[in-house]
Ligand binder design. Structure first.
Ligand SMILES: Nc1ncnc2c1ncn2[C@@H]1O[C@H](COP(=O)(O)OP(=O)(O)OP(=O)(O)O)[C@@H](O)[C@H]1O
Length: 311
């Protein structure tokens, strides 16, 4: 699990974006909500879900450190949605909601509406029927290079879309990569994201997938506004899919904080298995270059032979 949800409740993100516009709406849907009203923000002008009362809960899809994700059905249209209910922290949630409002990409999980009251923040999202890449890895253990290549291509296209809008995701990892019925992978969860206005890094994210310059900025220097950090995280995910385990620590290593920090930040290059194809090895090496100045960029990696023309 991540630090991000814990930190969400401690330190508000500061972003130079204007807050979304909130509408008053009824939301008796939220169990235990004693207040007669809540606020909603719809990422689309005509959202298919106008109030939370439109949705009936079917099952629990998953649990994160900040809340619960439900499978829901629209009472009238019968369309299925995922509903993520987080404990509300308005400073942060307006930031996340505003980022989600800007996003419309087939490589990123769609958010149709956001409802906020004093207790909960509810995101109405596209249902990703096959769950997360983390779940898929538990079930399949490893993936073949063609599968990893398609997955890497989709994530890179999602990152390119975000980068064009100056958004750093900040928490690319298997449980934030969701899979739909067609087997397409999309990026989710913008709780650690930020819109780049200057050169500073946010402190949210999941340490195991963080780049050296985020873990130890003094040693590695700040990466240019943080996009390189998302590329590093992608490299960790790609290698994890190949090996079937978290790749930066060795089998048998004590899974402690110090060992992890050392594995990410020490000068040694990340070990890439010799059993991978030359294209795979080169791609991973370019993502997991410790010096962010020499790391592959999203644009360069999209042209790399390992992922080029894959979808
Ligand atoms: N849109 C969705 N469609 C289908 N399942 C989803 C969707 N969003 C989340 N889930 C499921 O719910 C689980 C919990 O998601 P959530 O984003 O709350 O936490 P997490 O990312 O797994 O962990 P954390 O947020 O604590 O890092 C996911 O791992 C996934 O299995």
């Amino acid at each position: 699990m991540t630090l991000v949800r814990e930190r969400r409740h401690q330190e508000p993100l500061t972003l130079s974006i204007s807050p979304p516009h909130y509408h008053r709406t009824t939301a008796s849907f939220i169990a235990g909500d004693p207040s007669p009203s809540s606020f909603s923000s719809s990422p689309e002008s005509s959202s298919p879900v106008e109030t939370l009362n439109d949705l009936e809960k079917l099952t629990v899809l998953g649990q994160g450190s900040g809340g619960t994700v439900y499978k829901t059905r629209h009472r009238r249209t019968k369309t299925l949605y995922a509903l993520k209910v987080l404990r509300s922290n308005l400073n942060i949630t307006t930031v996340e909601a505003d980022i989600l409002k800007r996003i419309e990409s087939s490589f990123i999980v769609k958010c149709y509406a956001v409802f906020v009251n004093s207790y909960d923040l509810c995101f109405v999202m596209e249902l990703m029927e096959k769950g997360s890449l983390h779940d898929a890895l538990l079930a399949h253990h490893v993936f073949s290079e063609p599968v990893i290549s398609t997955l890497a291509n989709r994530i890179l296209q999602g990152l390119r879309y975000l980068q064009e809008r100056r958004i750093v995701h900040g928490d690319i990892k298997p449980s934030n990569l969701l899979i739909n019925e067609k087997g397409e992978v999309k990026i989710a969860d913008f709780g650690a994201s930020r819109v780049v206005a200057g050169g500073s890094y946010g402190s949210n994210g999941t340490c195991a997938y963080m780049s050296p310059e985020r873990v130890d900025p003094e040693k590695w220097g700040f990466g240019e506004v943080g996009f390189a950090g998302d590329v590093w995280s992608l490299g960790v995910v790609v290698l994890e899919c190949f090996l079937g385990r978290y790749p930066l620590t060795k089998i048998g290593d004590k899974p402690d904080w110090a060992g992890l920090i050392c594995a990410i930040c020490c000068d040694e290059k990340v070990e890439i298995p010799a059993s991978g194809s030359p294209e795979f090895r080169d791609f991973v090496e370019k993502c997991l270059e410790k010096d962010w100045r020499k790391r592959g960029t999203v644009e360069e990696l999209l042209l790399h032979p390992f992922v080029k023309n894959r979808l």
